[in-house]
Design a protein around this ligand. Structure first.
Ligand code: C2E
Ligand code: CA
Ligand code: CA
Length: 255
């Protein structure tokens, strides 16, 4: 079944990433609770299967390395969208997920910088989210890539923080701008002292090294309330809104 699906994805990629599209989820700044940007999230529409979510196709794209092509399509499409929305909100910011497989691709640093240059946007319009499920610290290649992106003004965000390799005492060795705490710490945030302490501690520590914290997966007013008073800068979750297609996002948050 997944071989058939892979064939389908392969054909899609060959046809210019046909069937792929992006949804956008608002990202909110604490303090004024205004939407300052969005995370671009990939979706696939299959003739046979209908709408397919990333959990089903990202692993296939990664195993087959098709992610290298699709990932660049995501970046170019999201930046184009950001440029359009900046006509209405000059500081609109776009977050794009980059897979560990892409980081290992030769020339990935240049390829990203080229797409940014072609978009005409400043680096500060873009945040690249890298999942913490790969070991980042101690990898000179990755550090070099992050440094080059940051020199161009791009922000680096460590996604799913708390689930992977980056122990808190190593985090300052990685050139990053944002720590995005994993959703698992939010699930029972309202009643769980450990999760509360974890987020609080990460936020305190992050502040001392000049890194911002984003908490994602906020669904309920109770979870939202617990975060008040913690040094969290960005929030994302169904409590504010779900990921939505570009027209819906635009009508609600941009125009
Ligand atoms: P992620 O980067 O951690 O993205 C957050 C996921 O949580 C998204 O799922 C989003 O829809 C969902 N989410 C947001 N708010 C809430 C909430 O309040 N409650 C709950 N339960 N979920 C929430 P989605 O869109 O299905 O994406 C799943 C994963 O697929 C992403 O996790 C990311 O790792 C990957 N992904 C998505 N788009 C891309 C892409 O363009 N490139 C790469 N490499 N990976 C992508
Ligand atoms: Ca992400
Ligand atoms: Ca995440």
């Amino acid at each position: 079944k997944s071989l058939q699906f892979l064939d389908e994805l392969q054909l899609s990629v060959k046809n210019g990433c046909e069937g792929f599209y992006l949804c956008y989820q608002p990202q909110v700044k604490t303090g004024n609770y205004q939407v300052y940007g969005a995370e671009a999230l990939l979706r696939y529409h299959s003739e046979k299967r209908g709408q397919v979510y990333p959990d089903e196709f990202i692993p296939l794209l990664e195993q087959s390395k098709l992610i290298n092509v699709v990932g660049m399509w995501v970046l170019a499409t999201a930046l184009e969208q950001c440029k359009e929305w900046r006509r209405f909100d000059k500081d609109f910011s776009m977050s794009v997920n980059v897979s560990a497989v892409q980081l290992k691709e030769k020339d990935i640093a240049e390829r990203v910088l080229n797409i940014l240059r072609e978009s005409g946007l400043p680096g500060s319009a873009l945040t690249i989210e890298i999942t913490e499920s790969i070991q980042l610290q101690g990898n000179d290649n990755f550090m070099d890539i992050f440094n080059r992106w940051r020199d161009a003004g791009i922000e680096i965000s460590i996604d799913d923080f708390g689930t992977g390799y980056s122990s808190l005492n190593h985090i300052r060795e990685i050139p990053i701008d944002v720590i995005k705490v994993d959703q698992s710490f939010v699930k029972d945030l309202a009643g769980d002292a450990y999760s509360q302490s974890f987020i609080k501690m990460v936020a305190e520590l992050a502040q001392t090294i000049g890194v911002s914290v984003c908490v994602e997966g906020i669904e309920t007013p109770e979870q939202f309330k617990v975060l008040q008073g913690m040094k969290v800068k960005y929030i994302q979750g169904y409590y504010f809104d779900r990921p939505m297609e570009r027209h819906a996002f635009e009508a609600k948050y941009v125009k």
